[in-house]
Design a protein around this ligand. Structure first.
Ligand code: PGA
Length: 255
């Protein structure tokens, strides 16, 4: 049984104060929502304060990235253990903005994934094709490569416990979400590869969520697809009412 999973990726938005104000209001709005796993991913600076503001609520906290080393001379980086101690329970890995703007590769995704699991953070691993790749009919081979290399060496029971976010790069921040047919095809493909490479239990338990221009008016259609277990929401998660709408409309009978 997969409970729908809906996460807010705030990217480089919200000061500590803004993030705390959001969470104080938001936790009241969702206090009766027991059938959705809800997560917010603030910038590093606000992780601790948001975790404090969300304490004893049903809102979890994620980091947006991490470094794979435990500590060391890595200016600007934050480790899995540091995130965990600051109150995060989840971490986003391999977001397309990290891949495109910060040189992240499937190999670094893999190292970060191993570090996250080692620190008992639930990984939210992002995969997805660019527009060029889709137009060249390479969507499914690109997903295969990202899964194979990114998840290399990870055990089936760890796959079962993690979240994969399918985020077509051309749909992120563009207002152009994947059609239900496109999202459905990609999600079904990812799940079938998980089944093939990691076994049936891992494939059935792993959450595969969709990201890319998710809004209150398209979440219902997307989350009604059999293999879509929720959403990773950027722009539309910055406003408390809008994210609340997405959470309530994204509920569905757990599969
Ligand atoms: P968007 O971003 O909802 O603004 O398209 C999604 C994401 O980048 O995770």
């Amino acid at each position: 049984m997969r409970t729908p999973f809906i996460a807010a990726n705030w990217k480089m938005y919200k000061t500590v104060h803004e993030a705390v104000v959001f969470v104080k209001e938001f936790r009241k709005l969702v206090q009766d929502v027991s059938d959705v796993e809800i997560v917010v991913a603030p910038p590093f600076t606000a992780v601790h304060a948001v975790a404090e503001a969300a304490r004893s609520s049903n809102v979890g906290v994620a980091g947006q990235d991490l470094h794979w080393e435990r500590e060391g001379a890595f200016t600007g980086a934050v480790s899995a253990g540091m995130l965990k101690e600051a109150g995060a329970e989840y971490v986003i890995i391999g977001h397309s903005e990290r891949r495109r703007l910060f040189g992240e590769t499937d190999a670094t995704v893999n190292r970060k994934l191993v570090a996250a699991i080692g620190a008992q953070l639930t990984p939210i691993v992002c995969i997805g094709e660019t527009l060029d790749e889709r137009e060249r009919n390479e969507t499914l081979p690109v997903l295969d490569r990202q899964i194979k290399q990114g998840l290399d060496g990870v055990h089936a029971d760890q796959i079962a416990a993690m979240v994969i976010a399918y985020e077509p790069v051309w749909a992120i921040g563009t207002g152009r979400n994947a059609t239900p047919a496109q999202a459905g095809e990609a999600h079904a493909h990812i799940r079938s590869r998980l089944r093939q490479w990691f076994g049936g239990d891992a494939a059935e338990q792993c959450h595969i969520i969709y990201g890319g221009s998710v809004k209150p008016d398209n979440i219902r259609e997307l989350s009604s697809l059999a293999d879509v277990d929720g959403a990773l929401v950027g722009g539309a998660s910055l406003d408390v009412r809008s994210f609340h709408e997405i959470v309530t409309r994204g509920r569905r009978a757990a599969v």
